[in-house]
Design a protein around this ligand. Structure first.
Ligand code: FAD
Length: 398
């Protein structure tokens, strides 16, 4: 791969950079980590900024113009994302499931009516989406899900429960997996639905994560009616479309640039803070090596992301390659949080509410939140299984 921008890409990068410098709301360089627990607050505060992005089609730059995107190449979209990350510009995180997962799924598997209705509403920020896959007894073994959908006339009636549903409390729509044929082999009796979260019988109950953030919920369904027209693809063939949603999700997760910036912030902190005039890095030379390792690892993470983008730019949906990126970057997320806590020492435990919290409590939050990084979108073990079987061609373990 040639890593250099073409002249057109250079011009585009410059345009994006200038736009962000001119229009993005100014915030003390913190990026996503500060806001992840408060999607709703960011949504309100950044309305104007998101509107400007949306007007340019830059909420989903590579989507076709007819659906509200900017019709850009995948590479231009990547450049846009890189510039947003470098500038630490606020990203519309509340739209991430719509933009990174629901939209791409509908573009590949949805019918024309679904695309025309939903895609522009995702881009305008009008509709927020969530992903209803996991259940209390179906996480890694997703195909054993038990939420039932029973056909009644032109509707399906849904009963069951989902769990860990990120931003369910803010969402208008859910990507729902439900069992339509309990007698078929477990992967073949599942249908993929678009569920209106405002339908009668949908009950969203909050779950608070160990970092104190309200990100996800349990969602209960009691006789919820979903029209047949809301099936994505075909009845009982939902599993295959849902697997591409997971590929899209893993391709989009985790910015290596954001991770590098966190390591740079930790390095700066370590340089500036001394014990009786002696830098902590002199007192603890092993910490210097650790910081060097973390910085190098963010470069590896960036290179792995390029592989995913180069496949996407050829029109392919990355599969085990996306699992590699997810696995590597999310385990790195945890290592960086641990290194950061070592550098900050006991002060690192102070949370964002304390005026004494170093780096405004970002690392304390990151350290606790990062526990979930190797679980969400499929655990590290599941990613390793994908890479082993689909990437390396090794036999299955079961
Ligand atoms: C922050 C966060 C956000 C999330 N958001 C969503 C969301 O929006 N929508 C949604 O549907 N879900 C969401 N999830 C749920 C997530 O997808 C599941 O937690 C994940 O798939 C693991 O399932 P589980 O929790 O049931 O663990 P289990 O599947 O019970 O796994 C328990 C342990 O066993 C290991 N294990 C299981 N099977 C195997 C195997 N075959 N080989 C080796 N090891 C194995 C796992 O790696 C894990 O360590 C979210 C989770 C988190 C943490």
């Amino acid at each position: 791969m040639d890593f250099r921008d073409t002249p057109e890409e250079t011009a585009f990068r410059q345009e994006v950079r200038e736009f962000i410098a001119r229009e993005a709301p100014k915030q003390e360089g913190t990026g996503d980590r500060d806001i992840i627990s408060s999607y709703a607050q960011v949504f309100v505060q950044s309305q104007q900024w998101f509107k400007k992005l949306s007007e340019r089609g830059w909420i989903a730059p590579a989507w076709p113009k007819e659906y509200g995107g900017a019709g850009m190449t995948v590479m231009q979209q990547f450049i846009f994302n890189e510039e947003m990350a470098e500038a630490r510009a606020t990203r519309p995180l509340h739209l991430i499931i719509g933009v990174a997962m629901a939209g791409p799924t509908l573009i590949v598997h949805g019918n024309e009516e679904q695309k025309k209705y939903h895609l522009p509403r995702i881009i305008s920020g009008e509709d927020i989406w969530c992903q209803g896959f996991s259940e209390p007894e179906a996480g890694s073994d997703l195909a054993s899900l038990r939420t039932r959908a029973v056909r009644e006339g032109d509707d399906y009636v849904i009963n069951g429960q989902k769990i860990w549903t990120t931003i369910a409390h803010l969402s208008k729509w859910m990507l729902l997996l439900a069992r339509t044929d309990p007698d078929a082999p477990k992967h073949r009796g599942i249908t993929y639905f678009i569920l209106d979260m405002k339908s009668p019988g949908v009950d969203v109950r909050p779950l608070v994560n160990m970092a104190g953030g309200y990100e996800f919920s349990e969602v209960f369904f009691t006789n919820v009616r979903v029209p047949k027209a809301n099936i994505i693809g075909e009845e009982n063939r939902g599993w295959y479309a849902a697997m591409s949603t997971l590929d899209f999700e893993r391709s989009a997760i985790g910015s290596a640039i954001g991770l590098r910036q966190t390591v740079e912030d930790i390095i700066l902190y370590a340089k500036e803070h001394t014990n009786d005039g002696t830098s902590m890095l002199c007192a603890n030379p092993m910490l210097r090596y650790e910081l060097v390792d973390r910085l190098l690892e963010t470069e590896v993470g960036r290179m792995l992301s390029y592989r995913v983008v180069s496949l996407q730019s050829k029109g392919l949906i990355p599969n085990y390659e996306a699992a590699v990126v997810k696995l590597y970057n999310m385990e790195l997320d945890q290592r960086i949080a641990r290194t950061g806590m070592t550098v900050l020492g006991p002060y690192g435990q102070l949370d964002r509410g304390s005026k004494w919290a170093p780096l405004r409590g970002r690392l304390e939050y990151m350290y606790l939140r990062a526990v979930g990084s190797t679980l969400e979108t499929g655990t590290s073990e599941i990613q390793r299984n994908i890479v082993a079987t689909r990437g390396l061609g090794l036999p299955r373990g079961d």
